[in-house]
Design a binder for this molecule. Sequence first.
Ligand code: PFF
Length: 424
Amino acid sequence: MTSKRDNFGSRFAVIMAMAGSAVGLGNIWRFPYMVGQHGGAAFIIVYIVCCLVVSLPIFFSEAIIGKAGRADTYGAIEKLAPGSKLKNVSYLAILASFVILSFYSVVGGWSFDYLLRACFGGFNGRSLDEAKEIFTGISASPVENISCMLVFLGLTALIVVAGVEKGIGRFSKYSIPVLFLMVVLIAVESLTLPGAQKGVEYLLKPDFSKLDGPAIAAALGQSFFSLSLGVGTVLTYSSYMKEEHSVLFTGGWTAFFDTVFALVAGIAIMPAVFAAGIEPSAGPSLVFETLPVIFSKMGIVLPIIFFLAILIAALSSSISMLEVVVAWLVDQKHLSRSKATLLVFLCAALLGASCAVAPRVFSACDLLSSNVLMMIGALTFAVVVGWKMPREQVLGFVKYRTIYRLIRYAAPLMIIAIAISNLL
Ligand code: PFF
């Protein structure tokens, strides 16, 4: 039975939607610092190898399940691995999407808050200490925190409720190229600052002596998180591909775009940080304390562009997580798209509000999803494709035997290795 299923329309929309899911806060606040700390260009080479050998094969597994199963995460696995218990494990991937959506929305809310502040020149003439106070003030204010989170989650829901082609596809097609241009513009500005050279060296100068075990584990973990693997986003989006859209092509372009974006983000951030004579860092303190001060010294427009970029990057990722849960409710529980979206919005708002007011809940959600649920999800997808689906069917999607072997042997082993190293 071939039922009519929504699709993204064009190949460009598929790739932009996948790239939108991949490009997110991880590319901006984690990748550049990680590269600088672990040996610059030497780390970038290891990162690319990790993408090619481990993360891309997992991406292909998820995409194959979605495209061949043409259903949500649970339904597709049930179809492709009939009679196996693996479909029950898929609940963990759907749960991971929901949990990440909830705490990601808190950060998305901060970006919205900062965009508004930047529009009113809120960072002009501020010192680093004052910027820290602003951020501490927001984190400590439940009303501001929760209302901004709700705005962000509301925007996410509006895009998803508009449908696959008219909502997610259209948003991604227009916003991702603009996002890329915005980051290129910041990079150009940042490179022209006096002292920017040191930032470029920090990011690109190869230092092979820093390539130790933790550096390799970091590269693997980051490539994994950055491609949004193991939570069903790639799977669900692939279920909306048309017959003629290729899994190999989509995966290749998504990984390429994600890596290039992360590098350009590094060039936008690190030269400016070094030019200001500030120690490089990562995470919320970089984006919400250090960078607003640095960028506001470069004119009133730059902070606006920067926070708009963060907001788009976060939104294009959050819509993919919401879609995983909505697709499951629509396909398995037969809810309408609007009812499903509203239901997930309300539940995510509850968990998101808890994350917004309780930092411990926030970090528990982060740890649980990235270190445990994503790994179990990815392992499940690799096992379904490598061990449950007929070899010929898989080869029909990936063409090359080497890729099949990577999915069957290398990917599961490496996932177990990353999971162990994350827990150490
Ligand atoms: N890939 C996103 C980032 O690098 O920020 C994070 C992410 C998005 C993880 C979507 C999982 C997901 F479903």
